[in-house]
Design a protein around this ligand. Structure first.
Ligand SMILES: *[C@@H]1O[C@H](CO)[C@@H](O)[C@H](O)[C@H]1NC(C)=O
Ligand SMILES: *[C@@H]1O[C@H](CO)[C@@H](O)[C@H](O)[C@H]1NC(C)=O
Ligand SMILES: *[C@@H]1O[C@H](CO)[C@@H](O)[C@H](O)[C@H]1NC(C)=O
Ligand SMILES: *[C@@H]1O[C@H](CO)[C@@H](O)[C@H](O)[C@H]1NC(C)=O
Ligand SMILES: *[C@@H]1O[C@H](CO)[C@@H](O)[C@H](O)[C@H]1NC(C)=O
Length: 341
């Protein structure tokens, strides 16, 4: 190759590399508000099974406060953006370096409103935590401009509503209240300076193992999924209205409903790399209904059973996907994410 050709070739190559990196570096931080689908370690270690074995056995190799054997939604979104998964707000220490990828304010068990475990920060309080950091100039509105926000919650609002004796009929008026509050919160996040906000559509709650257990993990509860569909419809309308009102495309719905349903129906992801023979059956279960994954007796003996390979299961425990489950869901969502960014 002539020296001059060599020169041109390598400048082009270098430009190509820079171009590829730029698409990732446009977003510098990820901020997360949510529940156990997004939490990466905010819950108190004494309170949550997510800090006990066998949680975390696949990644990072020990319990980390994630409700899975490994990575959760937040980790996959961070990966998509080319960022490290942001640290949990509760584990925040001084030293700005750790804050450079953003922060995760999601608490397992929390909701838009207070849930059964009402000691947990609801979404409003999670945003207050963030507001405080902006007030203290830890982050600026400019930072938010080059950030992505992930919002993933509401399942616990409905679980709490039903656990408190709420009826299916009552749900019809409770759902619009949840959406209304969620929409107020989204507006607030936008006012703070956010320009890219991913909001998850609710997963098919009627397919969670805690619900399908009564059918030996064979059938989703259609009544519950109908309610979820109503939530998702109102969410879609509300988000369309917010985008329209602000003449922007700030908000984007990440469809956990269809992606979960597709993986469950196809017993894996469409390209067939991940296979789940019994997709509704969780890998880790309490030995009876009183116990859950991670439970032990006073002597430390396990009160749960574990499947031989978490990669073969879509669900990890009674409510949460395995890392492989999230990966299958992520492979379906990737193209719609790419369209948004
Ligand atoms: C969220 O929690 C705070 C603090 O406990 C409470 O004052 C507020 O009413 C709650 N907000 C909603 C929308 O439930
Ligand atoms: C942030 O600052 C505003 C304006 O000074 C104040 O009204 C608000 O209470 C502060 N919020 C937090 C969470 O510190
Ligand atoms: C589905 O869930 C509802 C509660 O939302 C319950 O009343 C109903 O019995 C369940 N259906 C089946 C078939 O388990
Ligand atoms: C968007 O807002 C404009 C008014 O600002 C209204 O005319 C239009 O119908 C709205 N579109 C949708 C899809 O809501
Ligand atoms: C909304 O955006 C469109 C296209 O960018 C522009 O033509 C229109 O004037 C904007 N409307 C408002 C109300 O800002």
């Amino acid at each position: 190759m002539e020296p001059s050709n060599f020169f041109i070739c390598c400048i082009l190559l270098a430009l190509g590399v820079v171009g590829a990196q730029e698409s990732h570096e446009r977003y510098n931080h990820l901020f997360v508000f949510g529940d156990s689908y997004a939490d990466t370690g905010n819950l108190n270690k004494g309170l949550a099974n997510s800090w006990r074995l066998p949680y975390g056995i696949t990644f990072p190799g020990k319990p980390s406060g994630r409700f899975s054997d490994g990575r959760v939604l937040t980790d996959f979104i961070a990966k998509f953006l080319g960022l490290k998964s942001p640290i949990a707000h509760a584990q925040m220490k001084s030293g700005a370096n750790k804050l450079r990828y953003g922060l995760n304010f999601a608490y397992g068990g929390s909701g838009v409103f207070d849930t059964v475990a009402n000691v947990l920060p609801n979404m409003t309080t999670q945003i207050d935590f963030f507001q405080k950091l902006i007030n203290d100039s830890i982050y600026t509105a400019l930072d938010l401009h080059s950030s992505v926000v992930l919002v993933s919650l509401a399942g616990n609002d409905y679980a709490s509503f039903l656990a408190n004796g709420g009826t299916n009929q009552g749900l019809q008026s409770f759902i619009p209240r949840v959406i209304n509050q969620l929409s107020i919160n989204l507006k607030r996040i936008q006012k703070m300076g956010a320009t890219k906000v991913i909001v998850t559509a609710l997963q098919p709650l009627g397919c969670l193992p805690r619900i399908t257990q009564s059918s030996s993990f064979h059938q989703c509860n259609a009544t519950q999924n109908l309610a979820v569909n109503f939530h998702n419809l109102l969410l879609q309308q509300s988000v369309a209205k917010l985008n329209n009102e602000t003449n922007s495309s700030t908000f984007f719905i990440l469809d956990l409903y269809n992606s979960f349903t597709t993986v469950i129906e196809q017993k894996g992801n469409p390209k067939g790399k991940l296979k789940f023979d019994t997709p509704l059956k969780p890998c880790c279960m309490g030995i009876s209904r009183e116990y859950s994954c991670g439970s032990t007796d006073e002597k430390g003996a396990k009160l749960y059973t574990l499947c031989s390979d978490p990669k073969s299961a879509f669900f990890w425990d009674s409510s949460h996907p395995t890392q492989a489950g999230w990966k299958a869901v992520y492979t379906i969502l990737k193209s719609s994410l790419a369209q948004f960014f």
